[in-house]
Design a protein around this ligand. Structure first.
Ligand SMILES: [Zn+2]
Ligand SMILES: [Zn+2]
Ligand SMILES: [Zn+2]
Length: 337
């Protein structure tokens, strides 16, 4: 029992962890759950009983186990998404707070925006990342901003094979070209939605949640910041990370959890935005019922849930009772409104 209490302290189990539909085991990440079900890439031992049931009637994308194998094709048709191509047309820069039909965006478009950037290389060996394309989409995958950015430094490597960017795209007078400063302002306007930056530090009000993959890198390239509590980063969201706690690539996440391929050939920031937004929405849509207690919001430390002075009492509890006390160590996206 002493060891079990110690494990519960360290594990931070909660209703918000991915769980096996068969045995209800808690997993730290979807990757761990995939290994458990025998569909992961690792050679870790799977749980034979769960893996057999999963092979017969499981969905390899959302990892749920359906009641019958006959339900699987219909379920897969809605679970597996199709690749989306950039909408044709000129580069776009929409006014903040305006939807496509120029109505104020109260509800339409959702409360989150996804940001994606593409970098070209600067410096003597071209290894320095400089932002050259910026895209922002809303929850309905409408493009609010899709522009080229004039690099602040001389470009030494256009990385054409992956970016598709040529010198003429970034030359003065090119269509849809903006300065980094203007691009930063546009992104900021879209995110703040009329709120004051100082206010958003502590209270969200109308400001948007910012979705993306590796957001800090993109924000740094744009020379801006945004409060952490409003960021939803698919690279650092614990359930989407590797068991080793390293980030997965957006390409891997999209292939594995949305069921289609991106970043083949020239990479499009629009496609990245849509992929991270879809991952966000899928994570947000998950139904997690709290354990029973108020184990919903993350606690600062496990010590709050399992204080040392209660050790004796804790050791007399059942595993289920301990589970009810346990709080997650991350804020689950299913709690977003
Ligand atoms: Zn949750
Ligand atoms: Zn299981
Ligand atoms: Zn599914």
């Amino acid at each position: 029992m002493e060891h079990l209490v110690e494990h519960m302290r360290a594990a931070r189990h909660s209703a918000h962890e991915p769980r096996c539909d068969i045995c209800h085991k808690h997993c730290r990440s979807f990757e761990a759950l995939r290994d458990h079900l025998g569909v992961g890439g690792s050679t870790l031992p799977k749980a034979a009983g769960c893996a057999n049931a999963f092979a017969a009637r499981g969905c390899t994308i959302c990892l749920s186990v359906l009641r019958t194998a006959a339900e699987r094709p219909r379920h897969l048709a809605s679970c597996k998404l199709d690749r989306i191509r950039t909408p044709p047309g000129p580069p776009i820069s929409r006014m903040a707070g305006m939807s496509l039909n120029h109505q104020p965006q109260a509800q339409g478009g959702g409360r989150a925006l996804a940001l994606g950037c593409k970098m070209v290389g600067a410096g003597s060996d071209g290894s320095l990342d400089v932002v050259a394309r910026v895209c922002v989409v809303d929850e309905q995958e409408n493009v609010l901003l899709n522009i080229y950015v004039k690099p602040l430094m001389p470009v030494t490597h256009y990385r054409y094979e992956t970016t598709g960017i040529r010198p003429e795209h970034l030359r003065d007078g090119a269509m849809g070209l903006m300065t980094v400063k203007n691009a930063q302002q546009r992104v900021q306007e879209l995110l703040l939605c009329g709120e004051q930056p100082w206010k958003v530090r502590t209270s969200r009000a109308r400001a948007r949640l910012l979705v993306g993959h590796g957001l800090d890198h993109d924000l740094k390239a744009l020379g801006m910041d945004y409060p952490d509590y409003l960021k939803r980063d698919t690279a650092t969201y614990p359930p989407l990370m590797k068991t080793s706690k390293l980030s997965n690539s957006l390409r891997f996440l999209t292939h594995t959890y949305l069921g289609y391929d991106i970043q083949t050939g020239h990479q499009d920031p629009f496609e990245d935005c849509v992929a991270s937004m879809r991952l966000y929405r899928r994570m947000k849509k998950q139904e997690h019922h709290p354990n029973g207690g108020d184990a919903d919001e993350p606690a600062a430390s496990a010590e709050q849930a399992f204080p040392a002075w209660r050790q004796r009492e804790l050791e007399r509890m059942t595993p289920e009772e301990l589970l009810r006390l346990s709080t997650p160590d991350y804020r689950c996206w299913c709690l977003d409104d």
